[in-house]
Design a protein. Sequence first.
Length: 208
Amino acid sequence: MRPLTCRLAPVLALVALLAPLPGSLSRTAAAAEKPNAAPPSGLPANLEEPTELKQLKFRLLGPAWGGRVSRVAGVPGNPALYYAASASGGVWKSVDGGHRWSPVFDEQPISSIGSIAVAGSDPNVLYVGAGEANIRGNVAAGNGIYKSVDGGKTWTHVWNQEGQIGTMAVDPKNADVAFAAVLGHAFGPTASAASTAPGTAARAGSRS
């Protein structure tokens, strides 16, 4: 009978061949934990950015508060003046092309805004439709339409109805006439009666 060491020699040789080199186990584990590096463009590995878009860079203009932005409006002839209506933060105004934003609706009793429109005949006249119309489980109801004649410094509640207003437009020749696309109440029937402030013509279509 051969000595025990002779019989174990082939087994020990096989174990030595299969054993990882010093440090290779830790390198393998680290490689398994490290996710695949994303391409420099940030796109998935199987997508390529079109050549004509590579020079375009997106940046956050703001505002940083207020949640989703429902609508934005600019003023023809003034590339520095913009308004933004937010889903839960009222109305914001920028006078420097979007570098800085200031709230102009904080004194009003509603913060959910669905639409905003600037009168083409008078850029100081603004209409705001309350109530975000992007329906979801946590959407907040609006309370009608607000109007400003001084670029957002002061507001008048010109139309009172609970619901969501997704789009507004102003008559290009008459700043006192505005049109509103009214969704109505998001989670129930819409009241048939609505009040309009004197001196303001409202053209609104709603559904319950």
